[in-house]
Ligand binder design. Structure first.
Ligand SMILES: Nc1ncnc2c1ncn2[C@@H]1O[C@H](COP(=O)(O)OP(=O)(O)OP(=O)(O)O)[C@@H](O)[C@H]1O
Length: 284
C-alpha cells in the first residue's frame, strides 16, 4: 500500500532555530492520523512541509509517493487559522471551490454545509470561529484530495461540534478512502478517531505507530521499589516514579508482563502521550 507520508532524515531550520530534527516516518495511507506534541514541537512545520508550503533544510519528505508541491490537487491543507474569505458568503465559497477545482464534489459540500447548520447566505466574516473551521474543512474535503492535512482543526469547536466533525473525518476515510493527518492537543478526541499516532517532542519523533499497537504495548506497572534496569529485557521504561518502597513505571513491552510482583494496568492514549512527553528525552 502507498504511504500517505514518508520522511527520511527530515530536518527544517528557520535561521538558527531547528523546528524539525532528523525525523523519519512512514505513515500508511487510508487512515486518520493524529499528530500530537507540546507547543513548538514542530507539528505545523511538518504539515507545511507535507503540502509543499515549506522546503526541507535537509532530508526527504514524500506525500503520496511524490515530492510535495504547493497547490497539488492530491493534497489538501487547512491551516491553523482556518482561512476563509471574510467578504464572501458560505454559498460563494462553494461556488468558487466548484469553479477552481475540476474534482469538486458538490454533493459532499452541500451535504456537509446542511449537516453542520451553516446558512449559505451568511458572510464568512460573520461566522463564529467554529463555523469558520467547518466551512474551511468542507471546502478542503470537497476538493476530494487523496491526503488531507489539518492543523488543529477542532480547537475552536464546542464538544458536540467536535464530535460531529471527527465523525465526519472518519466517514471521509471510510467512504472516500481519504488519508487524513490532523494535529491536535486534544488526545482524548484523537483516541476516538485516529488509528495511527505520531508524537513529536522538541522537534523529534518521540513515538509513532498504530494506535491499537501502542495501546497493547504499553503498561503501567506498580510494585515494590525496583530500578528500571530490573524490569527485564524487551521492556523499555518510558517514565518512572518511586517512593521509598514502591515504583510506578510506564513501560513499553513486546512480551507479556508475567512477574506477579507487578500490578499491571492498561493505559489510555493520553496516558501514553503524557508519559513520553514527561519521561527522559521528553522534557522541554
Ligand atoms: N516562520 C518561522 N520562523 C522562525 N521560527 C519558526 C517559524 N515557524 C515556526 N518556528 C519555530 O519552529 C518551532 C516549531 O514550530 P511549529 O509551529 O511547527 O510548532 P507546533 O508544534 O505546531 O506548535 P503549536 O502546538 O504551538 O502550534 C518553534 O520553536 C517555532 O518557534
Amino acid at each position: 500500500m502507498t504511504s500517505a507520508l514518508i520522511a527520511d532524515g527530515l530536518t527544517k531550520r528557520y535561521g538558527r532555530r531547528t523546528a524539525l530534527s532528523d525525523c523519519t516516518l512512514d505513515i500508511p495511507a487510508g487512515h486518520v492520523v493524529g499528530l500530537v506534541g507540546p507547543n513548538g514541537a514542530g507539528k505545523s512545520t511538518l504539515l507545511q512541509l507535507a503540502c509543499g508550503l515549506l522546503d526541507p533544510t535537509t532530508g526527504r519528505i514524500e506525500a503520496l509517493g511524490e515530492r510535495p508541491v504547493s497547490g497539488s490537487p492530491r493534497v489538501g491543507f487547512v491551516a491553523q487559522d482556518t482561512p476563509v474569505y471574510a467578504g464572501l458568503t458560505v454559498a460563494e465559497h462553494l461556488r468558487m471551490g466548484a469553479h477552481l477545482n475540476p474534482s469538486w464534489d458538490a454533493g459532499l459540500a452541500d451535504r456537509r454545509i446542511a449537516q453542520v447548520g451553516l446558512d449559505p447566505a451568511q458572510k464568512a466574516g460573520k461566522l463564529s470561529g467554529g463555523q469558520r473551521a467547518q466551512l474551511a474543512l468542507t471546502v478542503a474535503a470537497a476538493k476530494r484530495p487523496d491526503l488531507l492535512l489539518l492543523d488543529e482543526p477542532v480547537a475552536a469547536l464546542d464538544p458536540l461540534a467536535r464530535r460531529n466533525f471527527l465523525q465526519g473525518l472518519m466517514e471521509l476515510t471510510v467512504e472516500q478512502g481519504m488519508s487524513i493527518i490532523m494535529s491536535s492537543h486534544l488526545v482524548a478526541d484523537l483516541e476516538r478517531v485516529c488509528d495511527h499516532l505520531v508524537l513529536l517532542v522538541g522537534s523529534r519523533v518521540r513515538v509513532a505507530g498504530d494506535v491499537d499497537d501502542l495501546l497493547a504495548g504499553h503498561h503501567r506497572l506498580v510494585g515494590p521499589r525496583r530500578e528500571p534496569a530490573e524490569v527485564g529485557s524487551g521492556r523499555h521504561v518510558v517514565e518512572q516514579s518511586h517512593t521509598d518502597v514502591q515504583s510506578t513505571l510506564i513501560v513499553r513491552s513486546t512480551a507479556p508482563i508475567d512477574d506477579p510482583a507487578w500490578q499491571v494496568d492498561r493505559l489510555g492514549l493520553e496516558d501514553i502521550v503524557l508519559a513520553y512527553m514527561s519521561g527522559p528525552g521528553g522534557q522541554r
